[in-house]
Write a protein that binds this ligand. Structure first.
Ligand SMILES: [Zn+2]
Length: 246
């Protein structure tokens, strides 16, 4: 059983949107894991192999054990809600057994993110059913359904329900994002625009400045410097002790 599992459509989505929260959970003594649905092999820039190497580098930057990051190998650009894909995600949920699940929000410009949302929701429900059988390395798995679902945004924004102050984890998060040098232009570094590859929506300095500005805004909203925002699914959160909100 771990505290937090983050599922994402592409390697680098977790780094961009929730790695501060993962790092903070670990800093506070918690346990985390990551599951990427695809290898990002259809990206305009880089290749599946290059992105796998970048992911290893990002894991090192985050101090994440390789065993705690799965890649399900679903075809990039083609995340379908099939029985097979649902079962892959169920296997991951039953293997890591997270109490809290972070996953993509419903609406985004990239269809993989929206399809990732639908696939994970489907798997989240199925994972709790005894009737759905799965095995890992030949051993039958026990049903498991995370208690709390939280969604993170990609390009299209949402109204946050809660914000995690990641000011202390910001530098490490930037290091993890910078591991994906085939994808992003980091502040203070040469632009990937100089490289011999086509430009994309995410490869300009503008994109990274926007991502950082958004973290800055979310951080300011809760009295910190940098923040990561989440939305709940299915209504308000239960609070047992108001003092834990301080
Ligand atoms: Zn993505």
């Amino acid at each position: 059983m771990i505290d937090l599992l983050a599922i994402a459509a592409h390697p680098d989505d977790v780094e961009l949107h929730v790695s501060g929260t993962l790092l903070k959970t670990v800093d506070l003594g918690g346990t985390v894991a990551i599951c990427d649905l695809t290898r990002g092999e259809r990206g305009t820039r880089g290749s599946g192999e290059l992105r796998a190497e970048e992911t290893r580098q990002a894991n090192r930057a985050m101090g994440l054990d390789e065993a705690n990051r799965w890649n399900l190998g679903i075809p990039d650009g083609d995340i379908r809600i099939t029985e097979e894909n649902v079962l892959h995600v169920v296997q991951a949920l039953r293997h890591f057994r997270p109490r809290i699940l972070l996953f993509p929000s419903q609406h985004d410009r990239h269809p993989d993110h929206e399809n990732g949302h639908r696939l994970v929701r489907e798997a989240w429900f199925n994972s709790g059913l005894t009737a759905v059988e799965s095995t890992f390395n030949g051993t039958p798995q026990e049903p498991h359904r995370p208690e709390l679902l939280l969604m993170y945004a990609h390009s299209w924004e949402f109204e946050p329900d809660l914000i995690v102050d990641i000011s202390q984890q910001f530098e490490k998060k930037i290091e993890a994002i910078a591991a994906y040098s085939s994808q992003f232009s980091m502040p203070g570094q040469a632009s990937t625009e100089d490289a011999n590859e086509p430009q994309t929506f995410i490869s300009s300095h503008d994109f990274m400045e926007y991502i950082i500005a958004r973290m800055r805004r979310w951080g300011f909203m809760v009295g910190g410097k940098y923040g990561e925002a989440f939305q709940t699914l299915g209504g308000p959160l239960k609070v047992n002790d108001l003092r834990t909100l301080l």
